[in-house]
Design a protein around this ligand. Structure first.
Ligand code: ACO
Length: 322
């Protein structure tokens, strides 16, 4: 039986951290460090400079993941890249990344859009490709330049997000690494978090910036994350007591704490990067995973629950062992 395993992780954060105070001063916001920290846990985030695109951040993250896996770019026969802030309408950011990596082997490459759940969707998709036997080695990537779609006049959203990328190398293996995945969506909730601009005749029309009903998102996220955690643990035939680490989407420390509690995990077993990265949407989980691996927290043989929720609404989880 073919399984898939994570053999390397990598990530990229552009530039220097921008603290809450620096952001407030730069944008003239009626806000405070204390408000942002208390409501979200966010203290800083990174923003990509003008001219730096999602594919540029992804390139650095992927090179680091490839080096960690001991692989060359042309060993990769599948790229699944999750983003809501692609370089262009088309070609896909995945094919731009493929070219920048110098991959010429004709492998598959495509973008996947599930907003903040994007990395979980991409991981589940790549896992299924590999287990089917059609592909051997994938780069699974989340990369975002959310700073480009923020309304700097809206203090309720512009303080929450940051830019970055994370990537893993996922390879066919005789032993299980991805133990179970679960994906869900409910389009009835599509209006509580959206960027509703459209293309018409090739031109953007409507509102191209992020709009959110924060309290509705908060309640929805806490509920579905608890449910999908239970689901994926049961699907793998495990119990909560066998989960070593929670690597959640980094949106808000209070959402993460609620899930940690529901899993009966001690707080220190939840990987937290939201304080330094903000919410990097599809990049947040692989950024947190890379930090957990490189810091030596998440070790070989340990089991981690990855989970995310985002616009659509979409949500999902993956249970992995390294
Ligand atoms: N600084 C100061 N005051 C602010 C700020 C700010 N940055 N933002 C909003 N406020 C004000 C509001 O204007 C409001 O003022 P008012 O009472 O005079 O009208 C007051 O604070 C309370 O606003 P609420 O929206 O009720 O604040 P709440 O406690 O809900 O916190 C927050 C807002 C942080 C957005 C919260 O709802 C939240 O975290 N929701 C989850 C959203 C999230 O994580 N989204 C990420 C994207 S989705 C995802 O990744 C899953």
């Amino acid at each position: 039986m073919i399984h898939s395993r994570i053999t390397g992780t990598g990530s990229c954060l552009p530039g220097d951290p921008v603290t809450n105070d620096a952001l407030i001063a730069a944008r003239g916001l009626d806000s405070s460090d204390a408000w942002i920290v208390e409501r979200t846990g966010i203290r800083a985030r990174h923003f990509a400079p003008e001219g730096m695109a999602a594919s540029d951040l992804a390139l650095v993250a992927c090179r680091r993941a490839l080096a960690a896996a001991g692989r060359q770019p042309n060993d990769i026969d599948l790229i699944v890249l999750a983003t809501s802030t692609p370089d262009f309408v088309f070609p896909s950011t995945a094919t731009i990344l493929q070219d920048k990596l110098g991959i010429t082997n004709g492998g598959a490459a495509f973008d996947l859009q599930a907003v903040c759940s994007g990395f979980i969707y991409a991981l589940a998709a790549a896992d299924k490709f590999i287990r089917s036997g059609s592909h051997q080695r994938a780069l699974v990537v989340g990369s975002e330049v959310f700073s480009r779609i923020l309304d700097w006049q809206d203090r309720g959203t512009c303080v929450l997000f940051g830019d970055g990328a994370g990537a893993i190398v996922l390879e066919a293996s005789d032993t299980p690494g991805i133990l179970a995945t679960a994906l869900h969506a409910d389009g009835r909730h599509r209006d509580i978090l959206s960027v509703a601009g459209q293309l018409s005749g090739g031109r953007p029309i409507g509102d191209p910036l992020l709009r959110m009903d924060g309290q509705a998102v908060f309640k929805f996220a806490v509920k579905v994350l608890a449910e999908v955690a239970e689901e994926v643990i049961a699907a793998a035939g495990l119990t909560k007591a066998q989960i070593d680490w929670l690597v959640p989407h980094q949106a808000n420390i209070r959402i993460m704490q609620a899930t940690t509690k529901k899993l009966h995990l001690p707080p220190e077993k939840c990987i937290v990067t939201v304080d330094r990265h903000g919410n990097t949407s599809a990049a947040s989980i692989p950024l947190a995973l890379d930090e957990a691996v490189r810091s030596g927290k998440l070790g070989a043989g340990e089991t981690a629950l990855l989970e995310g929720v985002g616009g659509g609404f979409t949500w999902g989880a993956a249970l992995v062992t390294l």
